[in-house]
Ligand binder design. Sequence first.
Ligand code: FES
Length: 112
Amino acid sequence: MTRRIDLLGVDEVPPGTMKMAWASATEPVLVVNVDGELRAFQGVCSHQYFELDKGFLTRDSLTCALHLSRFDLATGEALDPPAELPLARYPVLVENGRVLIEVPEGPLQVNE
Ligand code: FES
């Protein structure tokens, strides 16, 4: 069983930007617009609990602002220490101008 979670409007995340959304009160999801392609990752770093929307986006990577690990925006892989685990990535759907993720029932998978 899967569930669909409505996160935010497509127009809230223009190309080259990112925005935090909440799948529930305790489940942040980072939505990133990479050249018009919307991607969704766990909202907190895989190293320590730190929200990734405070970090920096480049064309290919996201840098966590706390200890400066970079993550690959294609795979979620950690590119630099101290982070080792990849960011979980969630399948995205766009419907009626909204960004949704489709994930298994239960808590969102988060690597930490
Ligand atoms: S919390 Fe992100 S690199 Fe340490």
